[in-house]
Ligand binder design. Structure first.
Ligand code: NAD
Length: 482
């Protein structure tokens, strides 16, 4: 099938490459000429594991091409995806100017019947409005379908091939059939194709992201309460997670959610509700809890140093909003860096992929270190803000040698707390240890010993429980005064 994809960002490039890999003839279009030039030179403008190899393979076989010339590119495409950005606008709602501009351009250049597919995340009613706007421009028959994207940066290729579901919104069965042909090779018994009205498809994307954001804000708030009362969030997570109605997914506390989707999609839904005079109280709270959560890590650091970090060297490990991406949009690391700089700290940062994006924002206000350990030289503390794999089991002896003070703030609860403490470091996670409290059997919790622990990587540990000393809960963690 001949497919055109307009917008060659995280979504457009991954989707286009994977569709080409399935045997389609795909042309990716972007108005950013620099990006197209890079891609035509065999270089990938984003970091996404596995993507460079696939792009090269499919450009070599001529299944995948790149251009900034939309009129020519869409001329004989049967399906045209729109995957341009829909960032937050001034009102809080999604800025759809990119979608309208592309729709207009497509309509002006359409030569034969085509299915236009909105892949960008767009408010309910966009499909209908785009159809209306395009029909004013062209007499060539076309359909507009909605096909929201659910891929996760960092696992985008896997998500394309093994989606939990494919959602398609259309008004005619023929359009559903066209998209079924596109997706057939990746569908299966546990990967359903869900056809619905465009309005439902558009709403589905927001409801999904808002529920995920809600889970994160919920567990963050609970983690903060744990800190206040001397409870341990890891134990609480186990205590709730084994309840099959609750589970473990997306209930990990941290420094707040970021990225190009959750923050703007939550606010877009709030805006959508306002537009029709309906309440959206939960999402307003989810958003404000998340904004406050981004302050938790800076506050922990300031409190630890008695309210002032002026002149102190603080290392920051992790800048991307999550691991396996170079995306720093709305990353909690940026809030931490800003607050540390404002408070007079000297900030040295490291990230496996996102260093250049942060350099573009902060220039020479920060020290940039390719090697995470060199960021620790003479540091008074290190804050982990992204749980990249390489930060999760660091060499504590090397850290000790390099740092001025052995202090770790773990904004993703990604370190093994017992190991950190036994290595002589002071440690604060999110909802984990109350400063000064002792928790003698951090790892040797009875549940951990008798059941594979879904929260840790120690599934394969063969525990011998015969010599386990079962401690009364009160001895595991003395209650701390808030
Ligand atoms: N990034 C994600 O993880 C993700 C996941 C699911 C859904 N989405 C949604 O997918 C959409 C795209 O997100 P993204 O992260 O890929 O964005 P992005 O910013 O990485 O890429 C968008 C691309 O569109 C191009 N573009 C903008 N206007 C254009 C125009 N008029 N003509 C041609 N190209 C144009 C830009 O130059 C850019 O390269 C958004 O609506 C987003 O909410 C993103």
């Amino acid at each position: 099938m001949k497919i055109a994809i307009v917008g060659t960002g995280y979504v457009g490039l991954v989707t286009g490459t994977c569709l080409a890999d399935l045997g389609n003839e795909v042309i990716c279009i972007d108005k950013d000429r620099g990006k197209i030039a890079l891609l035509n030179a065999g270089r990938i403008p984003i970091y996404e594991p596995g993507l460079p190899e696939m792009v090269i393979k499919n450009t070599c076989s001529r299944n995948l091409t790149f251009t900034d010339d939309l009129p020519t590119a869409i001329a004989d495409a049967e399906v045209i995806f729109i995957a341009v950005g829909t960032p937050q606008g001034k009102s809080g709602g999604a800025d759809l100017s990119g979608v309208w501009a592309v729709g207009r351009q497509i309509a002006e250049n359409l030569k034969g019947p085509a299915t236009i597919v909105i892949k960008s995340t767009v408010p309910v009613g966009t499909n209908a409005e785009l159809s209306r706007q395009m029909a004013e421009i062209t007499d060539v028959p076309f359909d507009v379908a909605s096909n929201p994207e659910f891929l996760k940066e960092g696992a985008a290729i896997e998500d394309f091939y093994k989606p939990d579901r494919v959602v398609v919104g259309a008004r005619r069965p023929e359009v559903v059939a066209t998209l079924l042909r596109v997706y057939k090779p990746i569908l299966g018994a546990d990967r359903p194709f869900l056809a619905m009205l465009p309005e439902s498809a558009e709403m589905t994307k927001y409801v999904a992201n808002c529920l995920l954001a809600t889970k994160i804000s919920f567990i963050n708030e609970m983690a903060n309460l744990c800190t206040g009362y001397g409870a341990h969030i890891d134990d609480v997570r186990r205590g709730i997670g084994y309840d099959r109605r609750i589970g473990f997914q997306f209930l990990a506390p941290g420094a707040g959610y970021g990225g190009s989707c959750f923050p703007k999609d939550v606010r877009a839904l709030i805006h959508m509700a306002k537009m029709v005079g309906l309440p959206c109280q939960m999402m307003e709270v989810v958003d404000s809890v998340n904004e406050s959560q981004k302050d938790v890590l800076p506050r922990l650091i300031l409190n630890h140093f008695g309210g002032s970090v002026r002149g102190l060297r603080i290392a920051v490990w992790g800048l991307a909003f999550k691991p396996e991406t170079d995306d720093v949009r709305e990353s909690p690391a940026l809030v931490l860096i800003e607050e540390l700089l404002q408070a007079g700290a000297l900030v040295r940062v490291s990230d496996p992929q996102a260093l250049e994006h942060v350099r573009a924002i902060y220039g020479d206000r920060l020290d940039y270190c390719e090697d995470p350990y060199s960021a620790l030289e003479m540091a008074d503390a290190v804050a982990i803000v992204t749980d990249w794999k390489q930060y999760q089991s660091p060499d504590f002896a090397v850290m000790s040698d390099l740092m001025n003070h052995r202090v770790i703030f773990d904004g993703r609860n990604c370190l093994d707390e017992a190991k950190v403490l036994s290595s002589g470091f002071q440690y604060q996670g999110i909802g984990r240890l109350t400063p000064g409290s002792s928790r003698p059997h951090t790892r040797a919790n009875v549940l951990e010993l008798v059941t594979p622990d879904p929260l840790s990587e120690s599934f394969d540990l063969a525990w011998d429980i015969s010599d386990v000393e079962v401690l009364a809960p009160v001895e595991w963690l003395p209650l701390q005064k808030a």
